[in-house]
Write a protein of this length. Structure first.
Ligand SMILES: [Zn+2]
Lengths: 201, 354
């Protein structure tokens, strides 16, 4: 196929996005091409601005446009309950379910020796410090039910023991091998209400 | 299960071959080096998607050819399956009823062949990994989630080994907890399997060997089976394991041993004793599958009869008369099977049925 170079460049950039194959990338590129100038400008501005404006919340490492994210700034959120997630995007999966009204802490990954990630590379020290400043009634560990997520949960329950009144693990009710991102809202809210005390065997 | 018809293309020394099998006894006879073992290797591959003679499946492709193919019709539980396997430099591809099988584990938990062959005996006798592999394969077939458990364990094992190599100690306890957790199911299932086999094995061995002594299978786990005790042991050996750079205890180090009632262990068995013992063990597994799963794997007896003395040969024949399995026998003597009821006898010469 002979696609003009500038169009081809857009297709290739789109195809680098997750879940977008060559065919979809082409369809998206043709659609963008049919837009008027203003819409195309809006799209490109949005892409640039998201990189320019979004940073990580100083308290929870979630996405923020200011020092603190919207959730950390919201006085209606229960600051005595902290939900620990792997990635900033996991926050929005849980938010969509509406099952949780506390605050978050993002680890920025999971313990995985094969990927060269140990506890030191994660925001665990930050979490420990945070718990000292803001005593929590409950810490809910919502890492994925993968081996790495499980190892991370075990690790957190060990090193944070005594730093929160209660440490629970969110996993029950979730299909084994499932990823938080692909879990439906009903299952997720069941997982929240069915969470159990952490017993490190 | 029964293999109805079978064909291979560019497999070992077979350019092209098509055979229709008897659902009872099939005999391939011919001089050595004509391709009898290659043929039963193909039948084995059809069931296990690997070979009992080599781990390098590329060797199965006829020299100079890019692809080798195995096709068969397999009947199981009243259903007929058209199986097609392609072996190339890039690996194996499998189709069942023209549908490509993405998870090969789905395929290999559907079919099974039990093989007696001099090479497989050699590997089984001399390599612990081969013995674990043999029982892992059986348990994956026998127990619906064993394969999943083994995979989970291997994933933890790989993470733990990488950690031990890196020297990073801060998460070793977490991985050890998971390591113990993921071993428990495996150990329990291996232990139960050995117990079940031992309900069958002594009598079967006596019947085939004609001897008084009883044969038993012994499970030798490489660690304490109580998970608390084991975790404590792992905690104590942390330094040692970091020094070694790999996990020193675990299901990956388990072993299985045959022993006679009088205490004689298989390392002291003569070659003849070992052959009969392993034969009895494999037939015990066949009985277990029949009793617990109402399943009858195909039995492959490659070059076996010539190695047995007259008494054992007669006992074995008598035993095989009454099992419902489809049987494949290779021999240099067509006479080895003539007293089986209605055997299908085929002569193999230079990669051809004559
Ligand atoms: Zn925040």
């Amino acid at each position: 196929m002979n696609i003009p170079p500038s169009l081809e460049r857009l297709v290739q950039e789109l195809a680098r996005l997750p879940g977008i194959g060559q065919k979809t990338a082409q369809r998206l590129a043709f659609s963008i091409l049919r837009h008027d100038e203003a819409r195309a400008q809006a799209l490109s501005d949005a892409v640039l601005q998201v990189k320019e404006k979004i940073r990580f919340c100083e308290r929870c490492s979630g996405f923020a446009e200011e020092a603190l994210c919207q959730i950390c700034q919201d006085p209606r959120r229960d600051e005595r309950v902290i939900c620990v997630v792997e990635q900033p995007s996991d926050i929005y999966v849980i938010e969509r379910s509406g099952a949780f009204r506390g605050r978050y802490h993002v680890l920025m990954g999971v313990i995985s020796p094969l990927d060269g990630v140990g506890p030191e590379q994660l925001k665990i020290r930050e979490l420990a410090r945070r718990l000292e400043n803001e005593p929590a009634q409950e810490l809910i560990i919502a890492t994925n039910p993968s081996l790495q997520g499980e190892a991370t949960a075990l690790h957190l329950s060990r090193v944070l023991e005594g730093k929160a009144e209660k440490i629970t693990r969110l996993a029950r009710g979730m299909p084994v091998g499932a990823n938080l991102e692909f879990t439906d809202d009903v299952t997720l809210s069941q997982a929240f209400s069915g969470r159990q005390d952490f017993v490190s065997s | 299960m029964v293999i109805r018809d079978f064909s291979v293309t560019n497999f070992r020394n077979y350019k092209q071959l098509h055979i229709e099998f008897s659902d009872k006894v099939n005999v391939f006879f011919g001089n050595n080096g004509q391709g009898k073992s290659n043929l039963v290797e193909g039948i084995y591959f059809l069931n296990h998607l690997n070979s009992f003679r080599t781990h390098r499946i590329k060797k199965l492709i006829e020299f100079g050819e890019p692809i080798s193919q195995i096709k068969a019709t397999i009947d199981k539980d009243g259903t007929s399956f058209a199986a097609r396997i392609e072996i190339s430099g890039r690996g194996r591809k499998v189709w069942l009823n023209d549908t490509p099988i993405r998870k090969l584990s789905e395929y290999i938990t559907s079919f099974y062949a039990i093989v007696f062959n001099p090479d497989s005996l050699h590997y089984y006798r001399h390599f612990t990994g081969e013995r674990r592999g043999f029982f892992n394969r059986f348990l994956s077939f026998f127990d619906g989630i064993y394969l999943h458990e083994i995979r989970e364990f291997r994933a933890v094992h790989a993470q733990k080994n990488r950690l031990l190599k890196s020297g990073e100690k801060s998460s070793i306890l977490d991985w050890n907890i998971l390591f113990v957790d993921r071993s428990c199911g495996i150990v329990t299932k291996r232990r139960e399997m050995v117990e079940r086999i031992n309900l069958i094995l002594p009598e079967l061995y006596a019947r085939i060997s004609g001897r008084e002594a009883k044969l038993l299978l012994e499970y030798r786990p490489s660690f304490p089976e109580d998970s608390d005790t084991w975790l404590k042991l792992l905690e104590k050996s942390v330094e040692q394991e970091f020094k070694a750079g790999h996990a020193q205890h675990g299901p990956h180090r388990d072993d299985f041993c045959l022993l006679l009632e009088d205490g004689k262990r298989d390392e002291f068995f003569s070659q003849g004793e070992y052959r009969i013992s392993l034969l009895a063990l494999k037939l015990a597994i066949n009985v277990l599958m029949a009793e617990r799963m109402q399943f009858h794997p195909v039995l492959i007896l490659d070059d076996l009869f010539s190695e047995l003395d007259a008494t054992v040969r007669a006992n074995l024949r008598q035993y095989l008369f009454q099992v419902p399995n489809q049987i494949f026998i290779t021999s240099t003597e067509p006479g080895d099977a003539h007293d089986f009821p209605d055997p299908r006898i085929m002569e193999i010469r230079a990669g051809q049925i004559t």
